[in-house]
Design a protein around this ligand. Structure first.
Ligand code: FMN
Length: 216
């Protein structure tokens, strides 16, 4: 376990792409331990309706990487020139670096030693805000706890949702009953190259916090 205090753990758990170590394998036991910690996160009525799918078979990972890349192409085509000056993220500090990192993951996802696909029960396309919030709110915390657990063991992941443009295709590949489960994201897992990560840019608290009455 890395010696990180709570503040370090919470401020330095990053989306890791370029520093994923694709040369090291990961034991299933370690991933199960991380998931055990993650499952302590809250979920609505403690129903535990979640399912967790970890893929560590190389051929299946290659097929997943292809779907991820095809879905990214769909996304870029939809957005137009996603890295152009008019893109809404273009004025975010380090935006160009993020794009290079996103491209790196696209090119190398096929080498990931493991990929996690968390599944929430049911479909929310046509659900109201309450059901959507309750469904995502019953799994997202656990996914983030999984990230924290990975980090504390010297591993890392990157939060990704791009493949959801082709969610059904991945469901078919992995045998997920599409009508019964919604994929929450796709999380490549690897040891990290080095363990020193830094806090990231975020808008300052004063810009995003109101007290007592909404003020923006
Ligand atoms: C909901 C969500 C979806 C994301 N989707 C992708 C994705 O499809 N591909 C990718 O490379 N990164 C994706 N990211 C990672 C973000 O780009 C990353 O979190 C952001 O640049 C901030 O970096 P940090 O996580 O290290 O603080 C996603 C992050 C979130 C929270």
């Amino acid at each position: 376990m890395l010696e990180l205090d709570a503040k370090q753990l919470l401020t330095t758990t990053r989306s890791v792409r370029k520093r994923l170590d694709f040369t090291k394998s990961i034991s299933r036991g370690l991933l199960e331990d991380c998931l055990k910690l993650a499952l302590q996160a809250p979920n609505g009525s403690n129903m535990n309706t979640w399912q967790w799918l970890i893929i560590d078979d190389k051929n299946t990972i290659s097929s997943i990487a292809k779907i991820y890349n095809d879905a990214m192409d769909d996304y870029v085509a939809l957005l137009g020139d996603a890295v152009g000056d008019n893109y809404m993220g273009a004025d975010i500090p380090g935006f160009e670096k993020i794009n290079q990192s996103v491209d790196y993951l696209r090119e190398n996802l096929t080498q990931a030693p493991a990929i996690l696909i968390p599944l929430m029960s049911g479909r929310v396309e046509n659900a109201g805000v309450f059901m959507q919030a309750s469904s995502y709110g019953s799994i997202i915390q656990a996914v983030w706890s999984f990230f924290l657990a990975l980090r504390s063991h010297g591993l890392g992941s990157a939060w990704t949702t791009a493949h959801l443009w082709r969610e059904q295709e991945l469901a078919e590949l992995l045998g997920i009953p599409f009508e019964k489960y919604t994929q929450v994201g796709l999380f490549p897992i690897a040891y990290t190259i080095g363990t020193d990560f830094k806090p990231a840019y975020r808008k300052p608290v004063e810009e995003v916090l109101s007290w007592n009455h909404f003020n923006s």
